[in-house]
Write a protein that binds this ligand. Structure first.
Ligand code: AMP
Ligand code: FE
Ligand code: FE
Ligand code: ZN
Length: 287
């Protein structure tokens, strides 16, 4: 198989069911040559997976998926090829995680108030999607959904979202978000590239138009199991702007069992544009 790299997946550091090391092994198993683990608001997976990737001969690119807000709408922004040791980026992730803690508690309060479901902080910290303990830095709604399944309150994670905690459902809390500009700025200051995640799902034309006015470096034109006809619009927009056209599966393991690692990917040229940019941070340091 030709060179393929999946640039979008989640580990136990956020809401994926596989540990970073397991993800590396799985990537090799499905024939991928490159990978970026893009946890929600957390970058630890890179450090946990890099030795295994090196052993396995898999190219591992630092990645992250930040939640941000634009006109009250949640927008996900991917960051790639940044300096993973950048202290400002680490601080930004920490701030996100504090915001998440507060929001999670508000969601738990609503579940108790409206449905009499009691979930403790300890339960949330100890949740596991597949027997592997989550080392989650970014705990979010999927973790709460899993507990609702464990308690028999919901039939599946999807059911928990549909009935309780999905967007605009009774126990939904939006939470505080950073702006798109702040997020891009943080990625750029850490030497990285900022990419619009899964733009195909933006429903409001006004938000789409506004998003395109920011200084992104790329767009995730190829996504999960979308048909090329659904991707075409974003391939064209990205090409017009001379942006990077990135792609990935958004694999979450058992949390989203219908999505396979490698279902979307980028070619060798795109991957190494990013990978060489990442390596470039350190060229000066060794000479
Ligand atoms: P949060 O970042 O805490 O708001 O959680 C958002 C994450 O929940 C998304 O990135 C998805 O991984 C997951 N998610 C959203 N909607 C659903 C759904 N209907 N079923 C399963 N997972 C979902
Ligand atoms: Fe997720
Ligand atoms: Fe996303
Ligand atoms: Zn994702």
């Amino acid at each position: 198989m030709s060179f393929r790299a999946d640039l979008h997946c989640h580990s136990t550091c956020s809401d994926g069911s596989m540990s970073p090391v397991e993800l590396v092994d799985h990537a090799v198993e499905v024939g991928l040559k490159g990978l970026s683990i893009t946890d929600h608001d957390a970058i630890e997976a890179f450090f946990l997976a890099k030795d295994r990737a090196e052993e396995q001969g898999l190219f591992l690119l630092p990645g992250v998926e930040f939640s941000s807000s634009l006109g009250g709408i949640s927008v996900h922004i991917l960051g790639y090829a940044f300096d993973p040791w950048d202290p400002m980026l680490a601080a930004f992730c920490k701030k996100h995680q504090r915001i998440r803690e507060k929001r999670n508690q508000e969601i738990l309060d609503l579940l108790k108030k409206y449905h009499g479901v009691e979930i403790s902080k300890e339960e949330l910290l100890g949740v596991s999607f597949s027997g592997v303990k989550q080392s989650s830095k970014s705990i979010g709604r999927p973790h709460i959904a899993q507990i609702l399944v464990n308690k028999g309150v919901a039939k599946s994670i999807a059911d928990a979202f549909n009935r309780f905690i999905g967007d605009n459902r009774p126990c939904f809390v939006r939470g505080e978000r950073f702006s798109v500009a702040e997020t891009i700025d943080c990625i750029h200051r850490a030497g990285g590239k900022a990419v619009i995640a899964h733009p195909h799902f933006i429903k409001r034309r006004r938000v789409e138009k506004e998003l395109l006015s920011f200084n992104f470096d790329g767009v995730e034109a190829y996504y999960a199991r979308l048909h090329p006809s659904q991707e075409k619009k974003w391939v064209e927009i990205g090409r017009e702007r001379k942006w990077l056209l990135t792609g990935g599966s958004d694999f979450h393991g058992s949390v989203k069992p219908f999505i396979f690692l490698g279902s979307s990917w980028v070619c060798e040229k795109t991957f190494f544009t990013l990978y060489e940019h990442y390596q470039g941070h350190y060229a000066g340091a060794t000479t």
